[in-house]
Design a protein around this ligand. Sequence first.
Ligand SMILES: Cc1ncc(COP(=O)(O)O)c(C=O)c1O
Length: 424
Amino acid sequence: MIQQEENTRHLENFSFADFLHEWHTLEDKYSLVSPFIQGLVQNGYVMREVTGPAQNRVKIRDQVSQKETEVIMLGSNNYLGLANEPELVEATVQAVREYGIGCGGPPLLNGTTTLHRKLEKKIAEKKKCGDAMLFASGYAANVGWSTGLLGSGDYLIYDSQSHASLHDGMKMGSFRSIPFAHNNIQELRRHLMQVRWKSPYTNVIVCVEGVYSMDGDIAPLPEIRQICTKYGALLAVDDAHGSGVLGRTGNGTAEHFQMDSEIDIHMGTFSKSFGVTGGYVAGQKEMIDALRLCARSYMFSASLPPSIVAGVHAGYEFIDRHPERLTQLHDNVQYMVKGLRSMGFSIEVETAIIPILIPEQIQMSTVIKRFHEEGVFINGVEYPAVERDKQRLRISMMATLTKQDLNYALGVFKKLGNEFGILS
Ligand SMILES: Cc1ncc(COP(=O)(O)O)c(C=O)c1O
């Protein structure tokens, strides 16, 4: 643990993990975390200041020189490039004119407009469910459904690579939770057998992600569904990174496996493919009704602004009318992967997330800094978000990146791959 005397040591040598522990006093915490985070901001490792719309190229303001430079965006979850799509911007602006900038209340009181219900019905129709409900974020949706459905004595069995929001639901809830090793169906089966042996009638929900946010790999939903049915468990799928990316019409991982109507709890977010914020849960009508009353992150939090809701609704319509956007996304992924593999990067890719492992001895912040200097915005992920020996660059592909953008980025990968000695 870092002691306060170490305040004077060079904080560049520390990583996120060094700061994630209990602190004796707030003074200790502030005096070390504050300079550490400020250093990362100054270096452009976190909170890079974007000075315009989210699109294939963005302008970044350097925190030291205040100079603006244009970079190619390989670090945005705006997979379909909808965040600055004129049609969606127009629908959003139109809703501001008609509804103002917010509701001023939560959904059960004054926060449900015609637009909110229209979007809920649209999502329910897309997910082939009885109803859907909107949350202020995907984070709130995960906390909401888990704590709202499961009580003490109930079980949540979840993939060990699940998002922090599910973990926070576990901290807030009174239910019991059991992790299984990532995508390990045998281990999931073992846990389900044991739970059912002990508690034949208790509520059990298995939660997986359609697409995992760090590796971009896909959950084997058909096998998972089969085991859940066998052991009487409900299946929840967090499809934050699958919706808008997978499936014939971009409807997500369940559509990819042609099993939309076989998921009990669909959870998703508008913060990735829809380019805004907000989350949802969809399922049978009675479940959604129960959650409207029992999910505290829904009941006690103000509704999404109508403009955002209108933007997401327009996004669904855009995706239906422009299937070429989805094709473009997958073409871009293939192009990038082919280019990276041809220069010696070893990568496995199934979705719009392309992870590139960086050896543990290389400091991620240095790598990221070099990419930015060369005009490419990319995110680094390190422990504790991933295991220590699995730190990585995480490319998030966008449909709106042009071949020129990708060729430029590939040139930078080649240059820096050689510079850091990471080409195999
Ligand atoms: C798998 C997964 N679930 C949930 C969330 C939370 O979504 P939001 O950003 O809408 O709060 C994220 C966001 O990163 C995510 O990756």
